[in-house]
Design a protein around this ligand. Sequence first.
Ligand code: PHE
Length: 339
Amino acid sequence: MVEQINQMRAEANGKIDACTNLKSLNDIRVEYLGKQGKLTNLLHSMKDINKEDRPKVGQLINLAREEIENKLKNLQIKLNEKVLEEKMSKEKIDITEPSKIIEKGEIHPLHKVFDKLIDACVAMGFTVITGPEVEYDYYNFEALNVPKDHPARDMQDTFFITDNILLRSQTSSVQVRAMQSMKPPFKIVSPGRTYRADSDATHSPVFHQFEGLVVDENVSMIDLKSMLTELLKMLFGENTQIRFRPSYFPFTEPSVEVDATCPSCAGKGCRLCKNTGYMELLGAGMVNPKVLEMSGIDSNKYSGFAFGPGVDRLAMVVNKIPDLRMMFENDIKFLEQMK
Ligand code: PHE
């Protein structure tokens, strides 16, 4: 019996020393101290031994039990600590670690100008409409007083798809669509892409225009001048000087070219404005009565004005960009400078 107890003690101690997790610790507890445990069984078999040996054996079993219980208790504390440490190291947050940089997108410099123009015009009561980029010759030229044999067609190197269909060379095509679908009085603006077979530092085959059209009774050149002066000052600042020069467009009469003092040198003359002090920004004019009539508007009752800045040009001037093509190259380094 004594032999048995010592053997069991040694066996239990060995198992406890080798135990590395809480689950096997519990298994060991059940194996020795449980209701059917080895130590419990030994206690039950006490009744089979001599009366005089019983106290001694009993003491031995109790010592063994105490020892195993203590060892299990200590191991349990250690293992619990280990579990906690593991959990803490997994959930560790290094508050000194630099945060991840979230790259933020930016609105393209061109679209910033579009947004400004649209906001300003909507505030003045204009409605925004759009028209197709693949357009009929009729809307792009004919109905704008540019018949097939008109020399003004040479001003715009147009991409023709068929004899009658082209990539619109100007957003003025939307003027015609507006006049044919809306009843005066109306005020519309139309932002969009336009195309011409042109490519150098100030021209790109795809570029952008912003068309404006006002049709109402008694619209005069004064309305045109004051509205455009207001719009350009919003864009370039209150101190900007605006200049109107006589020009020619088949669909406006009279026609003007509108310049603003160069934002780079404030009119003193610099490289950007080729020492003129001014930047040419847009074409405009009073809608030719012939154009109103062609779209079914009574030119005795109604008059109108139209304007059409090149938006790429405005973006170049606003951001002092030397080459227009840089805006379409999607070079992140360039775009980041435009923020
Ligand atoms: N569409 C003209 C161009 O592309 C500009 C313009 C628009 C002129 C409206 C007058 C009125 O050159």
